[in-house]
Design a protein around this ligand. Structure first.
Ligand code: DGT
Ligand code: CA
Ligand code: CA
Ligand code: ZN
Length: 583
C-alpha cells in the first residue's frame, strides 16, 4: 500500500522538478500539499481504494488537480506528468540540492547550461571554472560549491525522523494486522527518536516465524526485498530500509531492549549487569552468579527476565527508562539513584509561540492558524512572522510599519477567540548579535523570537559571542533555532551551548527546540546541556500552515532526548506564568 510519506515525497519531487523547469506558483502549491499529505492522520491510499475521492480532494491544499494525481499514483504506481518531467530533467536533485546555495531552480539552470546531472559533474564543472560563467553564479559560489562537495557526499544517507517515523508507524500497523504476530514494536534509533535515521528497525514476537516473514516481505508498500531468513528480513520502502526481527514471546522484551540501543547504552548496561553477577543479551537476563563460565553460551545461568523490557531493567534493580534517554548520557546512574526525569509529554504543551502566516512566508491567514491552534486545545498561541533582515526568504520579511499593522490584525483575531493570541515577530539575529527592530515595535509586541538566518559560517568563538549577545538583549524572549542548521543540508553555527545556556538562564531568555523535522534545533544533547545550566526551553513548530502544528510531536520527543521535564518548557506553563515570563 502507498504510504502518506511516499505520496508526500512524490509531490516534493514534483515541486523540485517544476521549480527546476522555471514554473511559477505551482511548486509552492505542491510543497504545501506534500506537507498536508505527510501530516494527514490516516493512510490516504485507503480513501482512494474505498473510492472516496471527495475525502482526498478535501485534504487541505489538495483540491481537484492534485487529488487526481494522488489517485493516479495510488492506482498505477506513478504519475505520467511526473515521469515526463523526470525524463526532461534527468538530474540527481536530492544530491545536488544538498549543496548550500543550490536549490532546484539553480540545479535546473546548471543542467540546461552545463549538462550537470550529478555531484561528480558539478565538481568537474566547478574545477574547470565553468560554473562562474553561468548567470547568477560567480567565482565565490564556485569556491563554495567545491568546499561543500564533501559534506554533500557524506550526509544525506540518513533519513529525517519526520520522514522515517510515519513509515515506521505504518509498518507497525501492518505488523499488528498479521494474525501470527503476538506483539510488535519499533526499535533502533527511531524508537529513541533520533533526528536522523539510518534504517527502520522493527520487532515482532510469534510462534510462527515463517508466516510473519512471508507476510512482511509481501507487504504492499515494499519496493524491494533485500534479504530474508528464518529470523529476520530486510526490505526497502521508497528510500528507506526496514529491518524486521522475529523472536519468540519469552524473548520479546530482551530483544526489544537490545535492538533499541543505543549501542553505548547497551554496553554500559551490560557492564552494570556483569558487576552484579548477571548476564544480559538479546535473549534475556540471566543470573550467572553460580556459573563457572558465563560465556559458554547465550542462554546460560538462570533466566530472570526476557518477556518484557521492564523486566530486563528490573532484573538489575533499575526502573524501566524511556528510549529517548538511552544514549549513555548519565541515564543508568540516574536510574540507580531514583533521579530519572519525569519527561514532558505532548499533553503538557499548552501553546506554540513561533508560527507564520501569509503576512510573511506562511501559507494561510492569521485566523486560520489561530483556529487550528484552538482546535488542538491550546490555551495560547503566538504568531511570529519574519521581520525583514538578511537571509530572510525572498525579501518576505515585514518592515516596522507592517509589523505594527499586523499587531492590530492579530489583536482583532484575538478579540474574537477564546485562546490568547500573542503578537510576535521572528527577528533576525544579525552577525553581530543585534536585532533591527525599533523601540516602538518592540513595545507593541508580546513575543520576540530572534533567530540566526545568515552568516552561519562564523567560527565558534564569534558565533557564541553573537548568540550570547542576543540572549542578553532584554527585548528578546526566545532564541529561535539557535544553530540555524538544516539537516542533511548545512551544519549551521558551531557554538558553546553551555556558555549560551548560562547567559540565557541569567537573562531569562528561552532557547528554542524548533520542531520542524528539517531543523530539530536545539537537539537532544544540547537541550540536556542547556537544562544543566538552568536555561528554559520553548518547543515551537515554526509552522507555515495549520497541518504542521503537528510537528510538535518531533519537538517534544527531541526535548525528551534532552531530559526535559514540563517545568523546563515555557509553553507548558499556564497563561499567567508565560505572560509574566514574556514581559
Ligand atoms: P541507525 O539505524 O544508524 O539510525 O541507528 P540504530 O541505533 O537504529 O542502529 P542499528 O540499526 O545499526 O541497530 C539497531 C540497534 O541494535 C542498535 O541501536 C543497538 C543494537 N545493536 C546493533 N549492533 C550492535 C552491536 O554491535 N552491539 C550492541 N551492543 N548493540 C548493537
Ligand atoms: Ca536503525
Ligand atoms: Ca538496523
Ligand atoms: Zn520561523
Amino acid at each position: 500500500m502507498t504510504t502518506n510519506a511516499e505520496l508526500a515525497a512524490r509531490f516534493e519531487e514534483f515541486a523540485d522538478l517544476l521549480e527546476a523547469d522555471d514554473v511559477e506558483y505551482k511548486p509552492r502549491a505542491y510543497r504545501r500539499a506534500a506537507e498536508n499529505i505527510r501530516a494527514f492522520p490516516s493512510p490516504i491510499a485507503d480513501r482512494v481504494e474505498a473510492g472516496d475521492h471527495e475525502a482526498v480532494e478535501n485534504i487541505e491544499g489538495v483540491g481537484d488537480a492534485i487529488s487526481s494525481k494522488i489517485i493516479e499514483y495510488v492506482e498505477t504506481g506513478d504519475i505520467d506528468e511526473l515521469e515526463e518531467l523526470r525524463a526532461e530533467l534527468p538530474i540527481d536533485m536530492a544530491d545536488l540540492t544538498r549543496i548550500e546555495g543550490i536549490g532546484p531552480k539553480t540545479a535546473g539552470k546548471l543542467y540546461r547550461e552545463l549538462g550537470v546531472q550529478t555531484l561528480d559533474d558539478l565538481e568537474a564543472a566547478a574545477e574547470a571554472g565553468e560554473v562562474r560563467n553561468v548567470k547568477g553564479f560567480g567565482p565565490k559560489t564556485e569556491e563554495n560549491i567545491l568546499e561543500n562537495l564533501e559534506f554533500a557526499r557524506t550526509v544525506g544517507q540518513r533519513q529525517l525522523l519526520g520522514e522515517a517515523r510515519p513509515l515506521a508507524d505504518d509498518v507497525l500497523a501492518f505488523l499488528e494486522s498479521i494474525d501470527a504476530v503476538e506483539r510488535s514494536e519499533v526499535a533502533g534509533s527511531i524508537r529513541r527518536w533520533r533526528e536522523t535515521i539510518g534504517d527502520v528497525d522493527v520487532l515482532a514476537s510469534t510462534t510462527d516465524n515463517e508466516a510473519v516473514i512471508e507476510a512482511f516481505v509481501g507487504w504492499d508498500s515494499v519496493d524491494d526485498e533485500i534479504e530474508s531468513g528464518p529470523e529476520k528480513a530486510s526490505v526497502r520502502v521508497g528510500e528507506i530500509r526496514v529491518d524486521l526481527r522475529v523472536v519468540v514471546p519469552e524473548e520479546f522484551g530482551s530483544a526489544l531492549q537490545y535492538f533499541t540501543g543505543s549501542k553505548d547504552h547497551n554496553v554500559s548496561l551490560r557492564n552494570y549487569a556483569i558487576d552484579r553477577g548477571m548476564k544480559l543479551n538479546e535473549y534475556g537476563a540471566f543470573d550467572v552468579s553460580e556459573i563457572d563460565d558465563p560465556d559458554a553460551g547465550q542462554r546460560v545461568g538462570e533466566r530472570v527476565a526476557g518477556e518484557t523490557e521492564e523486566g530486563m531493567y528490573n532484573a538489575l534493580g533499575l526502573p524501566w527508562m524511556p528510549p529517548e534517554l538511552r544514549e549513555n548520557r548519565g541515564e543508568i546512574a540516574a536510574a540507580e539513584n531514583g533521579d530519572l526525569p519525569d519527561l514532558i509529554t505532548r499533553d503538557d504543551v499548552r501553546g506554540d509561540l513561533h508560527t507564520h502566516t501569509e503576512w510573511s512566508d506562511g501559507n494561510t491567514t492569521i485566523s486560520q492558524m489561530v483556529e487550528a491552534a484552538a482546535e488542538r486545545g491550546y490555551d495560547y498561541y503566538g504568531i511570529a512572522d519574519h521581520a525583514e533582515g538578511p537571509g530572510v526568504v525572498g525579501g518576505m520579511g515585514l518592515s516596522d510599519e507592517e509589523i505594527l499593522e499586523q499587531v492590530d490584525a492579530i489583536r482583532d483575531v484575538d478579540a474574537e477567540t477564546d485562546i490568547e493570541v500573542f503578537a510576535g515577530i521572528e527577528a533576525n539575529v544579525n552577525a553581530d548579535g543585534k536585532i533591527s527592530l525599533s523601540d516602538e515595535v518592540i513595545d507593541a509586541l508580546d513575543v520576540i523570537i530572534a533567530s540566526p538566518h545568515s552568516a552561519l559560517d562564523q567560527d565558534a568563538e564569534t558565533a557564541t559571542g553573537r548568540l550570547v549577545r542576543a540572549v542578553e538583549n532584554p527585548a528578546i524572549d526566545v532564541l529561535g533555532h539557535p544553530s540555524g542548521r538544516l539537516l542533511n543540508q548545512r551544519s549551521g553555527l558551531d557554538y558553546d551551548v553551555t556558555a549560551l545556556a548560562r547567559a540565557a538562564a541569567e537573562h531569562e531568555t528561552a532557547l528554542e527546540v524548533n520542531s520542524d523535522p528539517r531543523r530539530l534545533d536545539l537537539w537532544g544533547s544540547a537541550v540536556q546541556a542547556a537544562l544543566e545550566e538552568g536555561a528554559k526551553i520553548a518547543i515551537d513548530t515554526d509552522s507555515h500552515q495549520p497541518s504542521t502544528l503537528e510537528y510538535i510531536r518531533w519537538g517534544v520527543h527531541t526535548a525528551r532526548r534532552g531530559w526535559a521535564e514540563p517545568d523546563d518548557v515555557i509553553n507548558t506553563w499556564d497563561e499567567e506564568r508565560i505572560i509574566e515570563f514574556l514581559h
